[in-house]
Design a protein around this ligand. Structure first.
Ligand SMILES: [Zn+2]
Length: 501
């Protein structure tokens, strides 16, 4: 002590003091210091490690632009008697909300196969092409393929044809989305675990070629028609395709036209979760397409579009039930491929939306048209104006809950005259009797109700507006900033750790 005191006196008192303090501190507290340092490193490491998404839900609303979601939310609010509200849907409450651009390789306006390919594989392609690069031939693999490669179970589902553009983009490769038979042949080749849809679509007219359900069965898939059949067969198979119960139909009805027994998107999602969770510790990737919002947009049927957004929200609610049980390991992403119809929020220079009047509509435009067609058949084309009035009252509330002005009534009567006045084209000629979705009276009646509600459309086709992106759960914070549709599968693959290469 004396010795060291002498030495540091020589070097200066201040220096000696600091040295002494540090030396003593290190001797006494070094172990605590090192332990603290280690704890800092460990906690920093655990914060930076991203939570892995063991279960991924990827919902795609076909034709679900921002205004389809917002309009459906206002309409749903009106249904609950709240005249100035926005009903919150399952996914509109997600903590992460952003937007995505969606142009295809050669156009600002995409179709569902180019957008489906972008959302599935992160690759831009040309309109009409499915699962290939824009050269039309080079195949690209989807995120579902990579999920399967990484050992996850995979489900690809929709409420339209299982080999339609969006679901087809996750397993098929063809320069034309209309090659339904060829795309359908590729479905079993994917070896994915679960598929669902309305049915197989086909462009194959050769009776010598095997039917697609038979091809799938031969490859080891069980095909269940309806949820009841699914329940009976699910434990006897490792690969399942679920279709609607009527095997002769290629389309499921809109939610607004649904009858008991018709397949809903929620049922599809429930069956998918049930099947993919079976004997599965690894995890799954499930794509669910709300495929019929697009149909509402194409036919400018606002109620069909809104009711399908609500149907998608119900299906997302099924995923939310799963998420609540596995919050650390589940990622749910909800987006759209494009907008359809150019639905505007407002019309005719009015600072008003009168969606309340839409509550009087009881069926889609297609079904109202088919009802007129059925009347046409029943009466052998001799349908009276009062009979049409009764039908329009039943399905749109006209003349009862919804009073018409003179001009609106004249437009309807003109459509009636054009549709039912006797045809004078020579002896024996008469109107064909076919029930179709093209009855002019239905189109005019629906457009009159739209005018009253201040609903307006810019197109009968797709538009290039932003689509919404909603996310919740493991890694959802990675969906940030304005995105492009090609970004989505790349972000999901990073979160879920199935590299796309
Ligand atoms: Zn479309």
């Amino acid at each position: 002590m004396t010795k060291s005191h002498k030495r540091f006196t020589f070097m200066g008192y201040k220096y000696y003091s600091i040295y002494f303090i540090i030396k003593n501190f290190m001797n006494r507290y070094a172990k605590y210091f090192l332990l603290g340092l280690a704890l800092i490193f460990i906690s920093a490491g655990s914060l930076s490690a991203k939570p892995k998404a063991k279960y991924v839900f990827y919902f795609i609303g076909d034709g679900m632009g921002l205004n389809e979601v917002l309009g459906a939310s206002i309409y749903a609010s009106q249904m609950e008697g709240i005249e100035d509200g926005y009903k919150a849907f399952s996914f509109t409450q997600f903590p992460v909300v952003t937007i995505a651009t969606n142009r295809s390789s050669f156009s600002y306006i995409t179709d569902s196969s180019a957008a489906g390919t972008a959302l599935a594989s992160g690759e831009k392609t040309g309109n009409g092409m499915i699962g290939v690069k824009s050269d039309g031939t080079t195949p690209v693999n989807s995120i579902a393929y990579y999920a399967k490669q990484a050992g996850y179970k995979v489900g690809i589902t929709s409420n339209v044809g299982v080999n339609h553009a969006t679901p087809g983009s996750f397993y098929g490769h063809d320069k034309s989305r209309n090659s339904y038979y060829n795309i359908g042949l590729q479905l079993p080749e994917s070896h994915f675990d679960f598929f669902a849809g309305s049915n197989f679509l086909t462009d194959q007219k050769d009776p010598g070629k095997p039917l697609l359900p038979a091809v799938a069965r031969k490859a080891g898939y069980t095909v269940a028609y309806g949820v009841d059949q699914y329940q009976k067969l699910k434990d006897k198979t490792s690969k399942m395709i679920l279709f609607q119960s009527d095997s002769t139909k290629t389309d499921v009805p809109y939610r607004i036209d649904r009858k008991p027994g018709d397949l809903s998107l929620s049922q599809i999602t429930e069956c998918a979760v049930d099947f993919l969770s079976k004997d599965n510790n690894k995890g799954f990737f499930l794509m669910v397409e709300g495929g019929k919002i697009d149909g509402g947009g194409h036919s400018n049927d606002v109620l069909a579009a809104f009711s399908e957004v609500i149907d998608l929200s119900d299906a997302v609610e099924v995923a939310m039930d799963f998420y609540r049980k596995h919050p650390q390991e589940t990622l749910i992403v909800v987006t759209a491929d494009h907008e359809t119809g150019g639905l505007a929020m407002g019309a005719a220079g009015m600072y008003e939306l009168n969606y309340k009047v839409l509550l009087n509509r009881k069926a889609s435009k297609d079904v109202i048209s088919l009802k007129i067609g059925a009347l046409r058949q029943e009466k052998n084309n001799k349908v009276s104006w009062p009979e049409i009035q009764a039908l329009l009252q039943e399905y749109l509330g006209f003349w009862k809950e919804v009073p018409l002005n003179m001009f609106q009534e004249i437009r309807l009567m003109q459509a009636y005259q054009e549709s039912f006045a006797p045809v004078r084209m020579g002896p024996g000629s008469q109107r064909p009797i076919v029930a179709s979705t093209g009855e002019k009276i239905a189109a005019v009646a629906v457009s009159i109700l739209d005018e009253m509600a201040y609903v307006s459309w810019s197109s009968g086709a797709h538009t290039g507006t932003y689509v919404p992106v909603y996310a919740i759960g493991a890694g959802s914070e990675n969906f940030k900033g304005s995105l492009d549709n090609t970004d989505l599968p790349k972000i999901i693959s990073q979160i879920a750790e199935y590299p796309m290469e």
